[in-house]
Design a binder for this molecule. Structure first.
Ligand code: ADP
Length: 432
């Protein structure tokens, strides 16, 4: 408030205003009449500025006050200052609110603020995406009416938010959301929801993987243990059975060795550093000739013909991974082709790319199995003890190795006719 303004100032102003009326009234001996006229004029003057004030406050759009004399200027100026101050505060608050919203939009989680009675106060865009909430149109609606999953509703009603819960997203198929709720201010709560779909999938895969490995190891171990128990009493074991036992035990331990080796290859591939495939040249013709001579004895055992057509094409890549991929494809072709069958491996140029294919005229694969072949432990023959001694890991190793070389395994197969497995190496990985 202006320092000049005081009760004394007001009274002095009134007296100065009334002085001429008192003087004239005293001279004309009409003091009361003169005073009454003076006060009447003062009232009219006051009403005039009151009217101006009301018009300014209610009708005018400007916050600048109209000009006014005397004590009215203090009133106008006072209101003007208060309005300016609240305007500043409103702007500062709006800035804080905007920053809060921007910050909450920046967090990678869905955020919802609701009252203790469950009514929605505010939600960010991710909450709209994960839960289908709409803001501001859903403001005030109870959260339990908006997210109706029974587990969530009972969690909300219980009011014990120490543990997080996971529920499926009401709007996104197969998506899972982990929800945490925290008290936010006196009667408000903040809900944070995180998309844990991938995490859960990985967890499930890890569990399946451990279960599969245990199962795969348990079967040969049971066979070994059974024979060992029998061998404890050699007298009760006829010599023919003894021979069979040794053969079976050998095959089962071979199976376990295969499994462990393949698991090691997979884990090495999982942890291999990415992005260095352009650093090393792989002499593919040489590599393929090596594989040919390693595989030939196996094919011969089964009286199969193993043919290699090798073009002089080199590429960039990791030799050990390419070797694993090709060896797996060729040994599968040998294993799943009947005696006397034919297997052909081609490494050739196709446009700017190179293609490796392994074709056989073996058992073939029914079409329903084709999409799942590269899954870990997936086998067409459900009898895991089948003669091939396979583990179901071979083609997932191939898939992994090819991914590292920006390529994909392709399969075409017909039951009873044969199969063709192939992949293409893109031009940027070719050295010539
Ligand atoms: P496995 O260790 O059982 O061979 P893979 O992952 O290498 O595992 O192969 C998965 C399944 O695909 C095999 O169990 C087999 O049934 C089928 N398969 C793979 N290659 C061939 C092929 N050349 N001909 C017929 N079936 C095949």
């Amino acid at each position: 408030m202006d320092n000049n303004f005081s009760a004394l100032f007001l009274i002095r102003g009134l007296l100065i205003y009334l002085a001429p009326f008192i003087l004239v009234g005293a001279l004309l001996d009409q003091l009361w009449l003169a005073l009454s006229i003076g006060l009447l004029l003062l009232t009219v003057w006051n009403y005039f500025f009151k009217l101006k004030l009301i018009r300014w406050l209610w009708r005018s759009r400007t916050i600048m006050p109209p000009s006014a004399p005397g004590s009215w200027s203090y009133i106008y100026e006072g209101i003007y200052r208060t309005q300016r101050r609240s305007q500043h505060r409103r702007r500062a608050l709006a800035r804080i609110l905007r920053r809060f919203r921007e910050a909450s939009e920046a967090i990678p989680d869905a955020a919802v603020v609701f009252r203790a009675d469950g009514s929605l106060l505010w939600s960010n865009k991710l909450a709209q995406f994960h839960f289908g909430l709409r803001w501001p149109s859903d403001a005030g609606i109870r959260l339990s009416n908006l997210i109706r999953h029974p587990e969530f509703v009972s969690y909300l009603n219980k009011g014990d938010f120490r543990e997080a819960i996971t529920i499926p997203s009401p709007v996104r198929e197969h998506a899972e959301l982990e929800i945490r709720i925290m008290p936010y201010s006196d009667d408000q709560f903040m809900l944070i929801a995180r998309d844990v779909t991938q995490l859960r999938q990985l967890e499930r895969m890890r569990k399946d993987f451990v279960a599969n490995v245990s199962h795969e190891l348990k079967t040969p171990l049971t066979v070994l243990q059974g024979y060992l128990e029998m061998m404890d009493e050699p007298a009760s074991m006829p010599p023919t059975l003894q021979k069979k036992a040794v053969g079976d035990m050998y095959r089962q331990s071979e199976r376990m060795r295969n499994l462990v080796n393949q698991l090691l290859v997979l884990s090495r591939m999982d942890s291999a550093a990415r992005g260095d495939i352009f650093e090393r040249k792989v002499g593919m013709p040489q590599l393929l000739r090596q594989i040919q001579s390693e595989m030939q004895p196996l094919a011969q055992q089964r009286q199969q013909q193993l043919l290699f057509n090798i073009a002089e094409l080199d590429m960039y890549g990791r030799e050990d991974e390419l070797r694993s991929a090709i060896v797996n494809l060729v040994s599968n072709a040998i294993n799943y082709t009947q005696e006397g069958g034919e297997i052909t491996v081609n490494w050739r140029k196709v446009g700017q790319q190179a293609e490796l294919s392994v074709s056989d005229n073996g058992a073939g694969i029914a079409s329903q199995h084709l999409p799942r072949l590269t899954e870990r432990f997936y086998r067409v023959d459900s009898d895991r003890n089948s003669a091939s001694g396979g583990t179901g890991l071979g083609l997932s190793i191939v898939k992994h190795a090819l991914e590292h070389h920006h390529s994909q395994l392709q399969v075409s197969s017909k039951e009873g006719v044969g199969s063709r497995f192939w992949f293409r190496i893109s031009a940027e990985l070719m050295t010539n």
